[in-house]
Design a protein around this ligand. Structure first.
Ligand code: SF4
Length: 240
């Protein structure tokens, strides 16, 4: 790789919010501009290649063992939906059903997500179905016991999520829950603080709302109403 190519790659990662790039034996670049010398990792996450496609990302994932979640998963859960979708929904990670079937949001939370998308759009006079959007997760393998993915797992697997969104180029992104919001926006704020207003990921408008599994808990009636409001705002922004 030439110095220029390496510089572009590092700038790309900085734009994505990666601040700490390192390599076990630090390598110092020949300074050809004002860019300070950087340490780079032994294996950089895959840069979005030219003419990237969802098939290419899927094949790059392969039988992935890049993080510890690979050791305990059954199936990699890549994503599903229209590759030209106007909305990409991003959840946290696969659960037991998703891990068994290899598709995202197929358990109870998935059924609720389908109802949320189709019920709200039908009430609002917007004729879309679940298959018209794209649905994926921050991590593609199920965390054991459905624990929250660790920061290093999200960072490693996040490269594939970023490539998926970059290829699809939706009109808007919907982050479902705090984990997805943190993966896409950085920062520490949770869904309660972030929901209801527009944010941005790489110039694409991003709405944060509650994860459907949180809404399944019986005492979360207010959150259901708020999620419905968020979804209405999202659908009207994208389809009006
Ligand atoms: S979670 Fe992502 S990075 Fe980790 S093993 Fe699975 S596909 Fe690879």
């Amino acid at each position: 790789m030439t110095t220029d190519e390496l510089r572009h790659q590092l700038e790309f990662y900085r734009d994505l919010g990666f601040k700490d790039l390192y390599r076990r034996s630090p390598l110092t670049l020949q300074p050809q501009s004002e860019m300070p010398p950087l340490k780079i990792p032994v294996e950089l996450p895959g840069l979005m290649p030219e003419n990237d496609t969802l098939d290419k990302i899927c094949s790059d994932i392969g039988d992935c063992q890049r993080c510890r979640l690979g050791a305990t998963r059954n199936k990699i859960v890549f994503g599903v939906g229209d590759p030209k979708a106007k909305i990409v929904f991003v959840g946290e990670g696969p659960g037991a059903e998703e891990d068994a079937q290899g598709f995202p949001f197929v358990g109870r939370a998935g059924q609720l997500l389908t109802q949320m998308i189709e019920g709200t759009s039908s009430k609002e006079g917007i004729p879309i179905k679940r298959e018209d959007v794209y649905i994926c997760n921050v991590v593609k393998c199920r965390p054991p016991e459905n624990r929250t993915p660790e920061a290093d797992e999200m960072e490693t697997c996040g490269q594939f999520l970023f490539r998926q969104i970059s290829v699809i180029q939706p009109k808007a992104i919907c982050a479902l829950g705090s984990t997805a919001a943190k993966a896409l926006l950085g920062g520490k704020d949770g869904v309660t603080k972030l929901r209801g207003t527009w944010h941005k990921w790489q110039q694409l408008p991003l709405m944060v709302t509650f994860h459907p599994s949180y809404l399944l808990r019986p005492y979360n009636q207010n959150a259901k109403r708020e999620a419905w409001e968020d979804l209405k705002k999202l659908l009207h922004f994208v389809y009006d």
